[in-house]
Design a protein around this ligand. Structure first.
Ligand SMILES: [Zn+2]
Length: 260
């Protein structure tokens, strides 16, 4: 049900911008306002962060924080849709932030030109409604998972390598990334997109699914991938969704349990 009078939070210009969304069956002004008052952190402004950031900006997520320490290189342009050849050498987070503000002047965009690390992670994550991980390395991925669990912040994590993509959500009491992929089993800690091939479309498919899930969660409080792993195969175009269980030995989930 729409809010009335002084509680009405969207301006006429915003109503116009989001009109095709507000017209949607199952998406109303309340859902649009929930987006407007949402804080989202995007970890990594590569192939996934570029597309997910753009979609969330267009859809009307009110505050987007970007963190990435990389500068744009020629080999990024094949898949990282926010950047052009004129942007080479500039910080990805800077160029992406400018683009998001151009696309949607009604939103706020914060930028950090650094890596997410043990020192800044808690400060950056604790105040968010949702974290979208699209980083390119396992060290950051595990750290984001741990800090999101510690501070009870929802996480939707997307990854893409070659023709394959993965997506999952950690929320509330759900199992976490370490339940799914225990750290000690990860010998290939340094494995990154940079060291392997990736088709232009793969990260963009996964980013679109990630952004879509983010809108479902922020606008409608839906969590279809909570404690589930979506696997997308870009050669067969098949998608599988697997449920996973909490690992009783997971150090992240246990730490959180001891905390509460
Ligand atoms: Zn866990």
């Amino acid at each position: 049900m729409a809010k009335l009078g002084s509680e009405f939070e969207l301006s006429d210009d915003e109503m116009h911008l989001y009109s095709r969304q507000i017209l949607l069956d199952g998406w109303d002004i309340d859902a649009q306002e929930r987006l407007k008052f949402s804080n989202v952190l995007i970890v990594g402004c590569g192939g996934i962060g570029c597309a997910t950031g753009e979609l969330l900006a267009r859809a009307g997520v009110g505050k987007i924080t970007l963190i990435d320490h990389d500068q744009i290189e020629t080999s990024n342009l094949q898949r990282q849709i926010a950047y052009t050849s004129e942007d080479i050498g500039f910080y990805k987070a800077e160029i992406l932030a400018k683009r998001l503000k151009l696309i949607n002047p009604f939103i706020k965009v914060d930028v950090y030109y650094t890596n997410l690390d043990e020192k800044n992670a808690a400060d950056l994550i604790a105040s968010q409604d949702l974290v979208l991980d699209g980083c390119d390395n396992f060290t950051t991925r595990y750290l984001v998972n741990t800090v999101c669990k510690q501070h009870d912040v929802a996480l939707i994590s997307a990854s893409a390598i070659g023709f394959q993509g993965q997506l999952f959500m950690v929320e509330g009491e759900s199992a976490c990334y370490e339940c799914l992929f225990p750290k000690e089993h990860h010998a290939d800690e340094g494995f990154r997109c940079a060291d392997s091939g990736v088709l232009a479309t793969t990260p963009n498919v996964m980013a679109t699914l990630q952004a879509h899930h983010a809108l479902l969660y922020l606008g409608l409080n839906k969590t279809p991938l909570k404690q589930k792993l979506l696997l997308w195969d870009g050669l067969t175009m098949q998608q599988k969704i697997l449920s996973f269980e909490k690992d009783v030995d997971c150090t992240v989930c246990q730490a959180r349990f001891d905390h509460s």
